[in-house]
Design a protein around this ligand. Structure first.
Ligand code: C5P
Length: 240
């Protein structure tokens, strides 16, 4: 039988939206459904990779854990709530990964303080708390820095949701992001208020490390995952 394109490859994929706690019952979140990240994890697994999926909040039922068998590779699922938990979960597994895909929507900010008990309203009807935010780490950037410091050859992939503006093409924003993050591939999603997040179809251009468009896919998130899997397999082939 023909070997699968990613046989023997270990993949680490993040999915979903982080939730940044305010108190024991409240958080700041985002509208990421986790569909794209889970689709990527499944596509990599189907292509023969052992997969570690780190899921933040997702709006779908996560795929089942699967032990490696003679006919199929391993699929493991781990949970992370906040950006800091996601960072830990990724950092713990980064060294063993041949490919890392950061599909998760990581909150850029988190509340500076997390209240130990539920924040209460006071008797004064005009009184409301002010929430101070602090920056979260850029997890993708940190993973690239670790890779470059250790001389690792792993492939690192980012996602970007870009709307563009009146004068700027979304792909130009994508190219600037690619350079800042230092990843090998960047999947640029064109988003608007009702586009992409939580939806079943999407338009993605995969940018290569030099900023040139590697391929464009318009279709389901599974179609995007399949195209990205091919792009990853080609990069890994070149490095082998
Ligand atoms: O910086 P921006 O959010 O536009 O970039 C998106 C990419 O960076 C995604 O791959 C996302 O998973 C990753 N990211 C991250 N840590 C952050 C913010 C985004 O890893 N704090």
């Amino acid at each position: 039988s023909e070997a699968l394109p990613l046989a023997g490859v270990r993949a680490l994929v993040s999915a979903g939206g982080t939730q940044e706690p305010l108190d024991p019952v409240r958080y700041l979140g985002n509208r990421s459904s986790g569909k794209q990240g889970v689709a990527v994890a499944k596509a990599l697994h189907e292509a023969g990779a052992d997969v570690d999926l780190v899921a933040a909040h997702v709006d779908l039922i996560l795929p089942q854990e699967q032990a490696a068998t003679a006919s199929s590779p391993r699929f493991s699922v781990h949970r992370a709530g906040s950006a800091q938990e996601l960072e830990d979960a990724m950092a713990r597994r980064a060294e063993q990964a041949d490919v890392i895909v950061m599909t998760a929507a990581v909150a850029d900010f988190r509340p500076a303080e997390v209240a130990e008990s539920k924040i209460k309203k006071t008797a004064d009807p005009d009184d409301a708390p002010v929430i101070r935010l602090v920056r979260n780490p850029d997890i993708l950037r940190g993973l690239v820095e670790r890779r470059d410091l250790t001389g690792d050859t792993q492939v690192i992939v980012g996602f970007a949701a870009e709307t563009g503006d009146a004068r700027t093409d979304p792909l130009d924003f994508g190219r600037a992001k690619l350079e800042r993050k230092g990843c090998d591939l960047l999947c640029v999603n064109q988003v608007g208020r009702d586009l992409v997040f939580g939806q079943d179809t999407t338009k993605v251009t995969v940018l290569a490390a030099d900023g040139s468009p590697d391929r464009t896919v318009e279709g389901s998130k599974d179609d995007v995952a399949a195209a990205l899997t091919q792009a990853i397999a080609q990069l890994i082939d070149h490095r082998r």
